[in-house]
Write a protein that binds this ligand. Structure first.
Ligand SMILES: Cc1ncc(COP(=O)(O)O)c(C=O)c1O
Length: 392
């Protein structure tokens, strides 16, 4: 009898197994950087020096990396997965392997800052790969920006840092009608909340550093999609450029990923409670959270996501200076960048950000990107209110 196992079961079991030597119920961290040649001379003769994904040298593919790739491919329903040293290494790996001189990319105007720099500065200057920034929350803007040489459309369904929402299904249709591929940075959702490959995307990128690891103690990134391009990324970004993940980091992320479904359930619930509180609080200037009906794109999010994640973009009605001053008053929430940790994190978004004109929220004094953690919702709310009162 066979059975298609559920998401939580796969999060626990896929890639995990009994260690053959010791019968330990956890696969060990294999820190070796090289592996003994096969004893069989024929097998040895068939090894190529640039072989990828076989046990020869850890930059060609480590075993902990491989187990993690199996788990992530299963969670996203992907044909293949390549794990690299960071989310940015994964984004770069995808763009670098897919794009050629003369290609054009349509990219959402609100994305993680490294995407903006790669596609608007580095790739045009170095490789003659051009891009057009569009407000992808209206898919018609994507359609209008398509050109005959558009090879790729790149979006974030919940964009960093404003949580602007983009319709993956609609943009996938437009990209494909124009002969382009769609890549989706799914970091703010994780596969627990959204699986863009099932919605028409060709590639998914995840910063594993965030929800998938879940504990703020490791860096990693993944590209998921068809095996053909991914083997190119493996050869280019991992073997030739050296962006391989360390076995220890892969092992930590593997451990974190087992509790992803549980943590996301909790984060989704707490973030909605906190966002609703912010919406009703007299000191709030604005609050955007995909789970709030008042947030633009909420209906799209409700149709494409099973949970709305843990990131809230909001502002208190306070002076520009108070945006920094308030940070010293938090007693539970930690003032730091990143998201997806066990602790809640708050980062002030500066009013002089180079992309400021692109932000659709009122930004003159800055605002906060608030990443909900695993604490009690009541304590998070208490902390927000007492810190606000300390600066007004
Ligand atoms: C949406 C998104 N994509 C990619 C990255 C980059 O990931 P990493 O820090 O693992 O390189 C981040 C990091 O904040 C992010 O928020």
């Amino acid at each position: 009898m066979t059975r298609e196992f559920g998401f939580a079961t796969r999060a626990v079991h896929v890639g995990q197994g009994i260690d053959k030597d010791s019968r330990a119920v956890r696969r060990p961290i294999t820190l070796a950087n090289s592996f003994a040649f096969p004893e069989d001379p024929e097998a040895l003769a068939s090894l190529g020096w640039s072989s990828v994904g076989i046990n020869i040298y850890t930059r060609n593919g480590g075993v902990n990396q491989k187990y993690l790739e199996e788990k992530l491919a299963s969670l996203h329903g992907a044909e293949d997965c390549v794990v690299l040293a960071s989310g940015v290494a994964a984004l770069h790996g995808l763009f670098f392997s897919l794009l050629r001189s003369g290609d054009h990319v349509v990219v959402a105007d609100t994305t993680y800052i490294a995407v903006y720099r790669l596609l608007n500065e580095l790739f045009p200057e170095r490789f003659n790969i051009t891009s057009t920034l569009v407000d992808a929350s209206d898919p018609e803007n994507v359609r209008a920006a398509m050109r005959p040489n558009t090879k790729l459309v790149h979006i974030e369904p919940i964009a960093n840092p404003t949580v602007k929402i983009t319709d993956v299904r609609a943009v996938a249709e437009i990209a494909h009608a124009g002969g382009a591929l769609l890549s989706v940075d799914n970091t703010f959702s994780s596969p627990a909340n959204q699986r863009p490959l099932e919605q028409g995307a060709d590639f998914v990128v995840e910063s594993l550093t965030k929800y998938i690891n879940g504990h703020g103690d490791s860096l990693g990134g993944a590209v998921l999609g068809s095996a053909q391009l991914l083997s190119d990324i493996r050869l280019n970004s991992q073997v030739n450029v050296g962006g391989v993940i360390s076995p220890f980091a892969a092992w930590l992320i593997m451990r974190g990923a087992a509790t992803l479904p549980l943590r996301m359930e909790r984060v989704n619930a707490t973030a909605l409670t906190v966002a609703r509180w912010l919406e009703g609080f007299s000191g709030t200037r604005f609050v955007w959270y995909p789970g709030l009906e008042s947030t633009p794109g909420h209906a799209v999010a409700a149709g494409e996501m099973s949970g709305f994640g843990g990131v809230i973009a909001f502002d208190f009605d306070i002076s520009q200076e108070a945006h920094l001053e308030i940070l010293q008053h938090f007693k539970v929430i930690v003032p730091a960048v990143s998201l997806g940790h066990d602790e809640s994190l708050i980062a002030p978004m500066p009013p002089d950000d180079e992309r400021m004109p692109l932000y659709p929220v009122p930004h003159q004094k800055g605002f906060f990107r608030f990443a909900i953690g695993l604490e009690d919702a009541d304590d998070i709310i208490w902390d927000l209110e007492q810190a606000y009162r300390a600066v007004v």
